[in-house]
Write a protein that binds this ligand. Structure first.
Ligand code: GDP
Length: 176
């Protein structure tokens, strides 16, 4: 809490999902407003922060954990989501298998993470409409049944990225 920003709430957010769905790219777009077609994969966990100004006097600060190498280091994942307040589970709209992987992450979170965790499902690479293999409706219905926020995003064209994080911020608990 400080006078310039009013009330500041800080939350830990974790990104999960199959490799190459665009987790790091979404974080880069959100935090640095930058997209890199040829970026190297993150090794280990990268940590970045960005604040969202909700109202004049409310700021939500996200500590973002981008957990790379989850396939190889799956046993480390609980360490990242254990005390997470929110999670973005990402799939790639051109890869149906990545939605299956996302569902597995959602199950794991709903069983093992904090029961109050806010989970958003992000269907990334929405700019690749010509190669779409996951209908919007399929993912949307799944998200509704499972109590998840849902957005189709593109880190490349900056579509729905701010919206995704804004809507999560609005759902985070604050005192009256
Ligand atoms: P991660 O392994 O899930 O962190 O995925 P990356 O962020 O490393 O992205 C994997 C690849 O997909 C990279 O070549 C990115 O440039 C590309 N990519 C990420 N997001 C998008 C997107 O929204 N649209 C398109 N067309 N490519 C993307």
């Amino acid at each position: 809490q400080n006078q310039a920003q009013g009330k500041v709430y800080q939350f830990k957010l974790v990104l999960l999902g199959e490799s190459a769905v665009g987790k790091s790219s979404l974080v880069m777009r959100f935090v640095k407003d930058h997209f890199d077609e040829y970026r190297e994969s993150t090794i280990g966990a990268a940590f970045l922060a960005r604040s969202v100004q909700l109202e004049d006097d409310v700021t939500v600060k996200f500590e973002i954990w981008d957990t790379a190498g989850q396939e190889r280091y799956k046993s480390l994942a609980p360490m990242y989501y254990r005390n997470a307040n929110c999670a973005v589970v990402v799939y790639d709209i051109t890869q149906p298998s990545s939605l299956e992987k996302a569902k597995a992450w959602v199950n794991e979170l709903q069983r093992q993470a904090d029961p109050n965790i806010v989970i958003a499902l992000a269907g990334n690479k929405s700019d690749l409409e010509a190669r779409r293999a996951v209908p919007t409706q399929t993912a949307k219905e799944y998200a509704e049944e499972s109590g998840l926020l849902f957005f189709e995003t593109s880190a490349k064209t900056d579509t729905n990225v701010t919206k995704l994080f804004d809507e999560i911020a609005k759902l985070m608990p604050r005192d009256q």
